[in-house]
Write a protein that binds this ligand. Structure first.
Ligand code: SF4
Ligand code: SF4
Length: 501
């Protein structure tokens, strides 16, 4: 067992209000520079929609992530989709799978000075858009968030690749104006456990930091080949046209090292973001990602290790993981959402990079229109509403469980049961035995339902972010592994916050 610690994340999609504060916070800190204008290390998409860069989920086109290569005798290997060992050299010079400027957008600004300098005349002066790359006036045709809230539009929503498996009838229903629904999907780098970006880099510039699993690019080593841009299926690596190097989300590691949550987490208005340590067995990652699509979610779960298990604890300590990290793993809200309650699911696990950012799928756009308000506990029982959902479960499954409807359903049933439980408790309009039956069907007891409710609706900042100790003092004292840290950890010291304190 090769125990590794990973700073992992959960985004609770029912809580996201699509305000983009997270994107702006990130932009102001990290990508407000020449060459980085078009970069959004954090962006928020509307689903259904085509996203940014356009149709990034279309791996037939972009060829990101891994595919399973079947050999004779039942052997299965993981190969990068974008390049084999043989053609990786050729693709250094021309890679047809790279997104181009047209897939992102041409960044622009406005001639604000004209508002002050325009000569007196009959008309109001205007600030015209000019390209931030060429400086020439431009006719804006697309932007980073062009399809925001346009869930019903034929240009954006209907081109969402995840709708491919819906029947014509399901599609037609989805876009009926009365049934229209949408949700927001905030995205950052997933800091994957099996990152295709790292595997693709010919210069060895990309690496996964040993102590916390953050995936980083060494700017000294990067030669700007952009293999990583093609290889990342989430399109979360960007090429800086000014410096000639690739860049990506760094999970605000300087903030983590000073005891603060990343900026997009800290600024999140909907408080949808949770951060905590997960332990996993690095020896089993590759095999876990070779199983058939439908089994991938369960396979990823099997790699995650229980931080309370004595055997795991001793293997972790033997591997140089500090007691502070173990304590953070035991208190992790991510563990609760992903493993204890099995509510949070990875995005597009079929790309096989083993993403370490998980999403609680949104219940609100799924619920059918009930006679009694939100809940329709009539024929077919409470969970009958899921079958009549406005947003087909097949669509959710395509996003969050590689098409396995049962996995998404299990998560949504629990979310629904928690609401049922709280409604009964607060309004008293549902008989107790009915509540018990629904909870039993969802696989929850009262204690779990209450804990889910508290962590979802009433968490303090300390409940949401359980940061591990990444302080320099520990490296100096020799309690963390300098080999793993590469001497890069630590800017200061801060007490690890205690959950619920
Ligand atoms: S999401 Fe992040 S870690 Fe995963 S492949 Fe893309 S850039 Fe690499
Ligand atoms: S700040 Fe939070 S609520 Fe607002 S868009 Fe970002 S993730 Fe959603």
């Amino acid at each position: 067992m090769d125990v590794k610690a990973q700073v992992s994340m959960v985004f609770h999609l029912d809580k996201c209000i699509g305000c983009h504060t997270c994107s702006v916070a990130c932009k102001n800190i990290w990508t407000d520079r020449p060459g980085a204008e078009y970069m959004w290390w954090n962006n928020v998409e509307t689903k259904p929609g085509t996203g940014y860069p356009t149709r990034w989920e279309d791996q037939e086109h972009y060829k990101g992530g891994w595919r399973v290569d079947e050999h004779g005798g039942g052997d299965r290997d993981l190969e990068l989709r974008c390049q084999s060992k043989a053609d990786s050299f050729l693709k250094l010079f021309y890679n047809p799978n790279q997104p181009g400027l047209q897939d992102y957008y041409e960044p622009w600004t406005y001639t604000y000075q004209d508002l002050f300098d325009a000569p007196q005349g009959d008309d109001q002066p205007t600030a015209l858009p000019v390209s931030q790359i060429t400086g020439q006036p431009m006719d804006i045709k697309a932007g980073p968030n062009w399809d925001d809230d346009l869930s019903g539009s034929p240009i954006y929503a209907e081109n969402d690749i995840n709708l491919d498996e819906l029947t014509d009838e399901e599609r037609a229903q989805m876009f009926e104006i009365e049934r229209m629904s949408m949700f927001y999907l905030p995205r950052i780098c997933n800091h994957c456990a099996n990152p295709s970006c790292v595997a693709s880099c010919p210069s060895g510039a990309l690496y996964k930091r040993g102590e916390d699993g953050v995936v980083l690019i060494d700017q000294e080593k990067c030669r700007g080949w952009r293999a990583c841009v093609a290889a990342c299926p989430y399109k979360k690596i960007y090429f800086n046209w000014k410096t000639g190097k690739s860049e990506k989300c760094i999970l605000c590691y300087p903030r983590l090292e000073t005891g603060q949550a990343p900026a997009c987490f800290h600024s999140c208005v909907g408080r949808i973001r949770y951060l905590g340590v997960l332990l996993y067995d690095a020896d089993r990652v590759a095999d876990a990602m070779k199983v058939p699509d439908r089994a991938l979610v369960e396979s990823q779960r099997s790699v995650l290790l229980d931080p309370h298990d004595p055997e795991v604890i001793s293997a972790a300590l033997a591997n140089g993981i500090s007691e502070g990290f173990l304590e953070a793993a035991q208190d992790s809200p991510v563990w609760d959402y992903v493993m204890r309650w099995k509510l949070a699911l990875p995005l597009h696990i079929e790309y096989r990079t083993m993403p370490m950012l998980f999403y609680v799928p949104p219940l609100l756009p799924v619920l059918g229109k009930g006679e009694n308000g939100v809940f329709e506990n009539t024929a077919g029982g409470l969970f009958g509403t899921l079958d009549k959902s406005r947003m087909p479960i097949k669509y959710m499954a395509r996003l969050f469980s590689a098409g396995n409807v049962d996995v998404v359903n299990a998560s949504l049933r629990k979310l629904l049961a928690v609401r049922f439980h709280k409604r009964a408790q607060q309004l008293g309009d549902i008989p107790a035995d009915e509540v018990r039956r629904v909870m039993h069907e969802a696989g929850l007891d009262e204690e779990a339902a209450e804990a889910i409710y508290r962590l979802t609706a009433l968490p303090t900042q300390e409940d949401r972010y359980v940061l591990p100790p990444l302080q320099r003092e520990e490296a100096v004292a020799g309690t963390c592994n300098p080999e793993l840290c590469k001497g890069s950890c630590g800017l200061g010291f801060s007490q690890k916050p205690k959950r619920g304190a």
